[in-house]
Design a protein around this ligand. Structure first.
Ligand SMILES: Cc1ncc(COP(=O)(O)O)c(C=O)c1O
Length: 389
């Protein structure tokens, strides 16, 4: 067995970024959350095309805050939420932690996002206030159809784009479709702030609640006018006002050190997107008609962090995986497979088994897609898979 030569995750914080960070550190700046966090939030909103963004310590915290502020907003008619079978545990776990009633949905056979027929059946049956969708692995979901369902059934859409930074659907960036959208800046994702997460929204009430509940539930992070409205409403004097808690909040903030890194990552995001898209297209060319993988609209931009594929059965996956490992190519299951087959879910609600999500669970695997990969690397990795098949 060869040592690993192609890793699934590589750091997008490169030598230049580290050198710039060292130079900045030598100015002895404030490191905890301060002005750079605000600058990073603004720069990210600008890149994405939304009004507001909130930077916190992980994509999981971003999801937690989306669910939490939706609940605090007083705009939910009920606590039912449709959740995906293919995504991440923290796409679903805040719903459990915060007392929502999660209902699990099958995966779409093309994009592996929410199956739209199953989703519509669940919307008719349960009339939920909320749908959480995942933009699976940087392959945009069928957003025209999704938004038509939102229009027809009137739910809040939480868009988990944690593993989809930089992708777009027919020219519109992923993360601009939901009432709120989350992003992860963990190592190995499209870009990194070591650990980190963002929520973006065009809704001022949601953004104010996000800013407040990221740290403690105070009003300090709001604009001056909104802070004043709070102090006046509750009759708070100037001496007390910085330390008045309006909501039972969390502390899931990040730091200005990580915001500094984030500012540099946004600068090179367009390059990262084009590299990952080129790699993805090369894998697609090799596997077209031979291997099952996520399909996408021709007008969409893909920004995958791994190339996800399905073997024809579990036995074939075993062969492909051992051949990849023997040839020094790191691999793993497809995301988390079907979340409905994990103990955290079935010990509460019973197993949620669906044909497509189960197939992803039992036959799915990942291939590396990092900006540093060269054409010959993709050709080599693809050759290992095709040979094993
Ligand atoms: C779809 C999705 N949501 C949420 C997360 C959580 O992000 P983080 O690792 O930053 O907490 C991940 C992590 O991979 C993810 O893939």
């Amino acid at each position: 067995m060869k040592p690993i030569q192609f890793y699934l995750a590589e750091d997008t914080i490169d030598k230049k970024d580290v050198d710039q960070l060292i130079d900045w550190l030598k100015t002895y700046p404030r490191l905890t959350k301060d002005k750079l966090t605000v600058q990073f939030q603004d720069k990210w909103s600008q890149w994405l095309g939304t009004k507001y963004s909130m930077f916190c310590n992980s994509g999981s915290s971003a999801n937690l805050l989306m669910y939490y502020v939706l609940q605090l907003s007083g705009r939910l008619k009920n606590k039912k939420v449709i959740v995906p079978s293919v995504g991440w545990v923290t796409s679903v776990s805040p719903a459990i932690q915060l007392g929502y009633e999660p209902i699990m949905c099958e995966a779409d056979p093309d994009t592996f996002g929410l199956d739209l027929n199953h989703l519509e059946a669940l919307l008719k049956e349960h009339n939920p206030s909320t749908v959480l969708m995942v933009q699976v692995l940087g392959v945009p979901h069928k957003m025209d159809e999704m938004m038509a369902l939102k229009e027809k059934y009137g739910f809040f859409l939480l868009e988990d784009a944690c593993a989809a930074i930089g992708a777009s659907y027919r020219g519109k960036k992923v993360g601009t479709f939901g009432d709120m959208a989350s992003f992860s800046a963990y190592f190995g994702h499209q870009f990194s702030t070591i650990e980190g997460g963002l929520v973006s929204t065009d809704d001022k009430q949601f953004n104010d609640l996000l800013q407040m509940n990221r740290n403690h539930g105070w009003a300090k992070d709001l604009d001056a006018e909104t802070q004043k409205a709070y102090t006046q409403k509750y009759g708070i004097d100037d001496f007390h006002s910085p330390f008045v808690f309006y909501h039972p909040g969390f502390n899931v903030r990040s730091t200005d050190l990580q915001a500094f890194i984030g500012l540099g990552q946004v600068d090179k995001l367009d390059w990262i997107v084009s590299r990952r898209q080129e790699n993805h297209a090369r894998y697609k060319k090799h596997f077209e008609g031979k291997l099952y993988f996520q399909k996408y609209d021709a007008e969409s931009t893909i920004c995958s962090i791994s190339f996800g594929a399905l073997a024809k059965d579990n036995d074939q996956r075993r062969k492909i995986v051992s051949s990849l490992v023997e040839n020094g190519v790191e691999t793993r299951i497809f995301s988390a497979g079907n979340l409905g087959l994990h103990p955290f879910w079935y010990e509460r609600y019973g197993k949620a088994s669906f044909p497509m999500a189960d197939r992803i669970h039992h036959c799915g695997f990942f291939l590396p897609n990092n900006p540093s990969l060269k054409v010959e690397d993709i050709d080599f990795i693809s050759g290992v898979v095709l040979e094993a098949m």
